[in-house]
Design a protein around this ligand. Structure first.
Ligand SMILES: O=C(O)CCC(=O)C(=O)O
Ligand SMILES: [Fe+2]
Length: 308
């Protein structure tokens, strides 16, 4: 028998009584899906599972990402499993040692951002290394109606170069990451297909809004980021080894807190579900603009220069 116990008001619930190393019954899967829609972050404590079990469990919620856009620390045999670790290999720093350290939603810098993510904790430092989750339904719903109407009409440009600490992973990794992930456009507000609620889809990896100048965008992005991660919207997960945590990237942002001793191991494995929605590349904007008559392009460039 599964039990669902809320862990936070904003989001988060613990599911007790599940053994994710075994196939799930339709009934239990139904309970988990309903709890996920309601609580957004689910914690399954004390799981003894293999990477193959993690894949099998995650597949219940849809097709999995193969992490082709970030092929830096995948499991040696399973492309769908990413290894998030600060452990060094042959004296070299792990390319995922500082993953997720600014507020983000997974793979939003790709054209098909991850639907959900499942993380399994194998080792944790003695103190610190929590993960925080912010409820982006509440972030949207607590904006004033005028701001909601404005943000409803915006699209954000998500840029992998805004991943905090990307350059610290090494120049080759940073360059390859950016090459594989040119900026993409996603709506600033997304309707969640299962809950029917609108969620803010703006985070610290958004560079600018389409049609607004950088100067206009920056303070609004800052405001929305700060507003969305107010403590009353946040659940903070304190990890225990063998926790499996799954979250919904369509209505949450999250952050890995980097407050731990780098000499202690923090080691996790992860899967992500392929998104149920596809955005578009920034480049697809250009041909439309380029198609304008030369004279108006010149005027537009002049106005753009004044605006910036
Ligand atoms: O390591 C963590 O706590 C979370 C890292 C992260 O952002 C992720 O797995 O998507
Ligand atoms: Fe993440």
């Amino acid at each position: 028998m599964l039990t669902v116990e809320p862990l936070g008001y904003a989001c988060g619930a613990r599911i007790a009584g599940a053994d994710l190393s075994k196939p799930l019954s339709d009934h239990d899967l139904g309970v988990i899906k309903a709890a996920w829609t309601k609580h957004l972050v689910l914690v399954f404590p004390k799981q003894q599972i293999t990477p193959v079990d993690l894949v099998a469990f995650s597949r219940h919620f849809g097709e999995l990402e193969d992490y082709a856009s970030q092929p830096f620390n995948r499991h040696p045999d399973i492309n769908e499993v990413m290894v998030l670790t600060n452990k060094r290999t042959n004296g070299k720093a792990s390319p995922t040692y500082n993953a997720g350290q600014n507020w983000h939603t997974d793979l939003s810098y790709t054209i098909r951002p991850a639907k959900g993510t499942t993380l399994y904790c194998l080792e944790r430092p003695s103190v610190g290394g929590d993960t925080m989750f912010a409820n982006m339904y509440l972030a949207y719903e607590t904006l004033s109606p005028k701001m909601q109407a404005f943000v409803d009409g915006l699209e954000g440009i998500h840029d992998a170069s805004l991943i905090q600490g990307l350059e610290k992973r090494g120049p080759e990794i940073a360059a390859e990451y950016k090459r594989l992930n040119p900026p993409v456009i996603h709506p600033a507000v997304r309707l969640h297909p299962e809950s029917g609620r609108k969620a803010l889809y703006v985070n610290e990896r958004v560079r600018q809004f389409v049609g607004l100048s950088e100067a206009e965008s920056k303070p609004l992005i800052r405001f929305l980021c700060d507003h969305s991660v107010a403590s009353r919207f946040v659940y903070r997960h304190y990890w225990s080894v063998k926790d499996v945590v799954m979250w919904d990237n369509r209505c949450l942002t999250h952050l890995a807190v980097g407050d731990y001793d780098p000499n202690e191991s923090r080691h996790m494995i992860r899967t992500s579900g392929k998104g149920d929605y596809v955005g578009r590349r920034v480049e697809t904007e250009r041909p439309q603009n380029a198609a304008r008559p030369a004279a108006s392009a010149e005027i537009a460039a002049g106005i753009a220069a004044l605006r910036d």
